[in-house]
Design a protein around this ligand. Structure first.
Ligand code: ADP
Ligand code: MG
Ligand code: MG
Length: 244
């Protein structure tokens, strides 16, 4: 069953045409990987899917859970279960990590979140991600290292349990241990929340322990190849040169 369907999507940013006739189908519980050289439009696709208004859809459509969401604002998409982890997470002074996640959860579900249950689950997920419990009461991302910011993003994903999580270079700038921990967090999301994933990356360390259903290669705003997980090894060995 399809969760996301992107049809002939053309997107421009500040008058520059970036994405060209992108087609993409993501089924429920599937994990997709999007690879490609730098500056090719991978993040543009992520931002467009979640409805960032800087990214102008010129033509084409995005369907999510069977509904055309092409013109829907960011917060509506988040409510219906889309999540994007940023390449460079924002610092939010005055809002703790814990209260940020709790209010996001309340917005998504439209229900009050019970404090005790929330704290308990948060503590469990933080332990899995090897985050010090004190981070829950620290201002979101303020003074966090690169690795801690990435873990905080994965923590949000595990707590919010989105139907579709888009991870944009969540592994960039992480040391080997942090990559392994983040990868464990993603595995937990695959197992426990049964959501779908679009993992944008140009390194492949994070994928080693993960189940991957499909791999897509994007070059200059076009998806030039789609195949199974074996494509990751092929890219590891030969790079993108043959697609350029
Ligand atoms: P990737 O994620 O594959 O490295 P991006 O989607 O970030 O590529 O960028 C694709 C192209 O779009 C680049 O040429 C980049 O300069 C341009 N671009 C992306 N976002 C913006 C923006 N907010 N403003 C101006 N140009 C942008
Ligand atoms: Mg980039
Ligand atoms: Mg990018």
């Amino acid at each position: 069953e399809l969760l996301l369907e992107v049809k002939n999507l053309n997107v421009s940013v500040e008058e520059k045409h970036i994405l060209h006739d992108v087609n993409l189908e993501i089924g429920k519980h599937e994990t997709h990987v999007l690879m490609g050289p730098n500056g090719t439009g991978k993040s543009t696709l992520g931002y467009t899917l979640v409805g960032n208004p800087r990214y102008q859809v010129e033509s084409g459509e995005i369907f999510f859970q069977g509904k055309n969401i092409t013109g829907e604002p960011v917060n509506e998409r988040a409510k219906s279960g889309m999540f994007l982890s940023f390449q460079n997470p924002l610092e939010v002074p005055g809002v703790t990590l814990s209260s940020f996640i709790r209010s996001a959860l309340e917005q998504k579900t439209g229900k009050r979140v019970r404090f005790y249950d929330f704290k308990k689950e948060l503590a469990e997920k933080m332990e899995l991600l090897q985050m010090d419990p004190s981070y829950a009461e620290r201002d979101l991302n303020v003074g966090f290292s690169g690795g801690e910011k990435k873990k905080a993003e994965i923590l949000q994903m595990l707590m919010l349990k989105p139907e579709l999580a888009i991870l944009d270079e969540t592994d960039s700038g992480l040391d080997v241990d942090a990559v392994r921990t983040v990868s464990k967090g993603i595995e937990e999301y695959q197992k426990s929340s049964k959501g779908s994933l679009l993992i944008i990356t140009h390194s492949t360390k994070i994928l080693e322990a993960l189940h991957v259903d499909y791999t897509h290669i994007m070059v200059e705003g076009h998806i030039v190849k789609t195949a199974d997980a074996s494509l990751i090894n092929e890219v590891n060995e030969n790079g993108f040169a043959k697609y350029e």
